[in-house]
Ligand binder design. Structure first.
Ligand code: FES
Length: 157
């Protein structure tokens, strides 16, 4: 990955570090726009790390998740079912995987092998009905307006 620029001005080009930083910010913003970041209502993170599942099990689950999201037009989409996906190496559970977590609901799923993914996508992501028997923890994120700091700002505190 290309590092961000150093401080100061490049005498040869006259380009300042602020110019380079702004150019980098614009480049990344264009990538984010292509990925429709800003339009998503959910983010699914799937752990394929080797402490919670064998590599081939994690890889199969990830390929299935990608395929199901694409097939149902949930990935690179807009609207209330638009979903961003991320493959990660560890969610700090490290057993009983593949572990999967969905935000903003903060629903943590265990044993999300490829054979479970189609039902998860249909039932949780499309129908909004979490699959209770596969859930082992919950941590819903508060809406920004419900957070104490937001309420304090509104109240002028
Ligand atoms: S390796 Fe999957 S949670 Fe740690």
């Amino acid at each position: 990955m290309k590092p961000l620029s150093d401080a100061g001005t490049n005498a040869a080009s006259g380009e300042s570090s602020n110019d380079r930083l702004e150019a980098e910010r614009r480049r990344l913003a264009a990538i984010a726009q292509q990925l429709k970041i800003g339009a998503y209502h959910r983010h699914v993170l799937l752990c394929v790390g080797d402490s919670c599942c064998r590599a081939e099990v994690g890889a199969a689950a990830w390929e299935c998740l990608k395929g199901e999201l694409k097939r149902r037009n949930l990935s690179l989409a807009e609207g209330p079912q638009a979903c961003y996906r991320t493959k990660v190496d560890c969610l700090r559970i490290c057993t009983g995987g593949p572990i999967l977590v969905v935000y903003p609901e903060g629903t943590w799923y265990m044993g999300m092998t490829a054979d479970r993914i189609p039902r998860f996508v249909q039932q949780h992501l499309v129908e909004g009905q979490p699959i209770e028997e596969w859930i082992f923890a919950r941590n819903p994120l508060p809406l920004l307006d419900d957070r104490p700091d937001a309420q304090a700002r509104k109240a002028g505190r």
